[in-house]
Design a protein around this ligand. Structure first.
Ligand SMILES: [Zn+2]
Length: 261
């Protein structure tokens, strides 16, 4: 198996995995989506809310705000405290504001400066003159498999496309070049060439546009391009590393139990 980083910038990572199969790529994808604990608001005590947005919607919005998640926090079920409210397993985000104005994530005050919203500019609600908003939110670690609020990223993969050209049938008319939405086809020495096969989305527009039926698009299931777009809770390369640890632990446990059979 081979792994090459194709892109690693900000919250986005793209890797090429070779000598693999769809099941393995999907295991990585599902481990990232569901099995890596990150922080999210899951309890809110609303003391005052004069805004047009009702409490339930406001709390729902708060739950979906991605929070930076440092190492070191415990899962509430693994903590010594019984109520999931101690500093080892929870962070408090408070807000007290009077209108008018747009209330944004930057207005939240966290009990841990490392656990803050990934962006200060996410709007929460709007207050008019004289309206008040006051609440205490508690963020805890959780898993994407329990609620999407704890899903740390969007992960997708595709197979490596294969572009096949029947050179005898192709007249280099250029119709496919105009049809390709990714602009990755060109004519070089009277022959259609693909400039970056990894950008191909396999939309088949080139096939549809070719009057000579000279093009075929296929895919190679042993080569997978995996893309991770983190919410910002954790860097994407860290998510990938943690996902491999999750799978490693599962395999180790499985191996240990099969030996006991
Ligand atoms: Zn605790």
């Amino acid at each position: 198996m081979g792994i090459e980083i194709r892109e690693l910038e900000g919250d986005t990572m793209r890797i090429l995995i070779t000598d693999t199969n769809p099941a393995f790529a999907n295991s990585i994808r599902r481990a990232i989506l569901q099995e890596i604990p990150v922080m999210a608001v899951d309890e809110v005590d609303v003391a005052a809310n004069d805004s047009v947005m009702n409490d339930e919607i406001l709390v729902h919005r708060l739950g979906q705000v991605p929070l930076h998640t440092p190492d070191g926090y415990r899962l509430p079920r693994e903590c010594d405290c019984t109520d999931g409210r101690c500093p080892k397993c929870s962070v408090t985000l408070t807000l007290e504001k009077e209108g008018p104005g747009i209330i944004k994530t930057g207005d939240l005050e966290s009990s841990d400066e490392e656990v803050v919203p990934v962006s200060d500019s996410i709007p929460l609600t709007r207050l008019d003159e004289g309206q008040n908003l006051e609440f205490t939110a508690i963020a805890r670690l959780g898993f994407g498999k329990d609620h999407a609020n704890w899903q740390p990223a969007v992960v997708a993969y595709k197979f490596m496309p294969i572009f096949e050209l029947d050179e005898d049938a192709c007249t280099a008319c250029g119709d496919c070049i105009d049809a390709c939405p990714k602009n990755i086809l060109e004519i070089e020495d009277d022959e259609v060439k693909i400039t970056n096969i990894e950008k191909c989305t396999m939309c088949l527009a080139c096939i549809d546009s070719c009057p000579e039926d000279a093009i075929n698009i296929d895919h190679d299931p042993t080569k997978v391009i995996l893309k991770i777009e983190s919410t910002g809770a954790m860097p994407p390369d860290q998510l990938l590393e943690k996902a491999t640890e999750v799978l490693e632990d599962k395999c180790k446990e499985f191996a240990k139990k099969t030996k006991k059979l």
